[in-house]
Structure formats: structure tokens, C-alpha cells
Design a protein around this ligand. Structure first.
Ligand code: PBG
Length: 335
């Protein structure tokens, strides 16, 4: 073998990696509890009930929710995001239980804001937990989800959440024009401080499967799909257009969903618009990690924070994650 004349590298990237102190000196991304938003499922039953395909996640009564809220405050997690698991008996084709002022979410918002006014409370606006067909909106006789009629329903749901005291609305239905319509309704009713985090680029993803079991809409949806309103996973230019529209319509923050498989979209959105941008590490992503952790194939002490750090490196200002409390606890142990 003939080797060429030896030339030693002047730049050795490994020098800075040699010690913990210099790795810390050049670290570009730091995760903190402020980065997390905890999604929670609130049910009508007493106590807690495990969500089978999301090991470690439980549906909570309002009493139990208050305990989780206290833990979030202690750990420094700024926001809880509420999802309702209504009694199946209240489901209708038009999902009207979604704007019942005594509904599960409205009661949960009031309970949280009266016990912990300093904790941020966010709630999801979409009809799927409340409809007999499991769709996010109102269908016509062919099953097509009607855009403008659905917006009227989303406005009622949004106003009832705002009246209960929610801090952040997050419309997740992907109807065209709903951010502008909700914003206008909020202004007209004097809710000038209510923030909107738009599910701006939400894909028709199979990664939502475990969530649909958790809120009890999976059986209602059956073989149905959401492809006429949620985005095609093949597209990312379209995501920029969706985000531009939602910003123009009055969104304060935008969200990309799902998370890890869509970091390219997150990166493009943050680079293009620079506005507060969030990503949702959805139920299927959580289920994948938990399944591998349970089998002993992945190390939870490493993989959970690494997965969350990746979001931040890609440009997220925050992450909706079922690991929020767990990750905040791990960060405390680290420092
Ligand atoms: C409701 C909604 C969904 C999720 C958040 N809000 C499900 C869906 O659109 O079918 C998914 C969250 C998750 O998978 O963790 N529209």
C-alpha cells in the first residue's frame, strides 16, 4: 500500500468534544421546562384510567387534573393543553356538546384557572370527540365535511372556552378561514387577550391513532379518514401557504403536527416566518418510543430528552409532548 504524504489536520473537530466543559461551551441548543406543553385527557369518570396504547398516559378526572397541574407548576412546565373525553351518550352528528358551558372541558378550564391562575391553560377546538362520526367537523349527506358550517361550530366552541377562561385556543380542525373567523369573534366579545395557537400545518397522519383511542373517537371514525381537510404528508410548500394564511388571519403562534417525522416542515416554517412556532410530538410518536423503551430496546434516560432536543434544534419554540412532566423531571436531575 502506498500512502500519500501525511498532512495533519489543522482543524480537529474532536478537540472541542474532548471534555464535558468544552462540549458545554459550544452547545447550541438548551432544553428547559419552559419549552414543554403537556397535553392531558380529561374524562367524566372518577379517578384515573390508563390509555392502553399510550403506556404511562392516563385519562384524568378534574380532581386528578388539578394534581397534575400542581406538579406542572412545581416542575416549571408553563402550559397544559386540554382534550375532552366526553360521555359517549352526548355525541351527536353536529357535536354540539363541544360548546356546552357545563361540558367537561369548560368545567376543567374553570377549575384550573380558579385553583392555579398563573398556570397557562390551552384547549383544543375540533368536534371529533363530540361527534357520532368522529370527524372534526359537520358532514353533508355524502360525508364531506362542510367548511363554513364547521367554522360556525368552532366559533361557538372557542367562545365557550374563552368564556370559561382559557388562555390559549388551538383550533385543530383545519377548516379554511377559521383562524380569522375565531379571531373576529373573540374581538367582538371582548376576549382581546385570548391567544391563538393555530394548528397551521396539520397532516392527515396515521400517527394520531393512539390519540383517537384516548379520546374515544377511533370507533366512531371507523374506516373514515380526514384527507379532505388535513394535509397530504407528501407536501411542504403547501405548509408555508397554510402558515402564511393563519398569520394573516390573526394567529399568535403556529403549530406543525406531527413532530419528529416532519422536522423539515418545522424548519422551513420557522426560517420563513420567524414567528412563535410549536411542534406536536403526537400520540403515535410517544407510543413508538414507549413500546421500544418497554422492550428494553431504547434507553429512556437518553432517548426522551434527545427526541425533544431535536425539535428545538430544528427551530421549535416549544413542544407539545406527553413526556412534558417526565422530561422536566429529568432536566432537574441533569443540572
Ligand atoms: C383533534 C386532534 C387530533 C390530535 C390533536 N387534536 C386527532 C386528529 O386530528 O385526528 C392528535 C394528537 C395526537 O395524536 O397526539 N382534531
Amino acid at each position: 500500500m502506498n500512502f500519500p504524504p501525511r498532512k495533519l489536520p489543522a482543524t480537529r473537530m474532536r478537540r472541542m468534544r474532548h471534555d464535558d466543559f468544552s462540549r458545554r461551551m459550544m452547545r447550541e441548543t438548551i432544553l428547559t421546562a419552559d419549552d414543554f406543553i403537556l397535553p392531558v385527557f380529561v374524562h367524566e369518570q372518577k379517578g384515573r384510567a390508563p390509555v392502553p396504547c399510550m403506556p404511562g398516559v392516563e385519562r384524568l378526572s378534574i380532581d386528578e387534573l388539578l394534581k397534575v397541574a400542581e406538579e406542572a407548576l412545581t416542575l416549571g412546565v408553563p402550559v397544559l393543553d386540554l382534550f375532552g373525553v366526553p360521555d359517549p351518550a352526548v355525541k351527536t352528528a353536529d357535536g354540539r356538546a363541544a360548546w356546552d358551558e357545563h361540558g367537561i372541558i369548560q368545567r376543567a378550564i374553570r377549575a384550573l384557572k380558579s385553583h392555579f391562575p398563573e398556570l397557562g391553560v390551552m384547549a383544543d377546538q375540533a368536534l371529533d370527540p363530540y361527534t357520532t362520526h368522529g370527524q372534526d367537523g359537520i358532514p353533508d349527506t355524502n360525508g364531506y365535511i362542510l367548511n363554513d358550517q364547521t367554522i360556525e361550530a368552532i366559533i361557538k366552541q372557542s367562545l365557550s372556552h374563552a368564556a370559561a377562561g382559557v388562555d390559549i385556543l388551538s383550533p385543530s380542525d383545519m377548516m379554511d378561514g377559521r383562524i380569522g373567523a375565531v379571531r373576529q369573534a373573540l374581538e367582538e366579545h371582548g376576549f382581546i387577550h385570548t391567544r391563538i395557537m393555530s394548528y397551521a400545518a396539520k397532516y392527515a397522519s396515521a400517527f394520531y391513532g393512539p390519540f383517537r383511542s384516548a379520546v374515544g373517537s377511533a370507533a366512531n371514525l371507523g374506516k373514515g379518514n380526514k384527507a379532505t381537510y388535513q394535509m397530504d404528508p407528501a407536501n411542504s410548500n403547501e405548509a408555508l401557504q397554510e402558515v402564511a394564511l393563519d398569520i394573516a388571519e390573526g394567529a399568535d403562534m403556529v403549530m406543525i403536527k406531527p413532530g419528529l417525522p416532519y422536522l423539515d416542515v418545522l424548519y422551513r416554517v420557522k426560517a420563513e416566518f420567524g414567528i412563535p412556532t410549536y411542534a406536536y410530538q403526537v400520540s403515535g410518536e410517544y407510543a413508538m418510543l414507549q413500546a421500544a423503551i418497554e422492550k428494553g430496546w431504547l434507553d429512556p434516560d437518553k432517548v426522551i430528552l434527545e427526541s425533544l432536543l431535536a425539535f428545538k434544534r430544528a427551530g421549535a419554540d416549544g413542544i407539545l409532548t406527553y413526556y412534558a412532566l417526565d422530561a422536566a423531571r429529568r432536566l432537574r436531575q441533569q443540572y
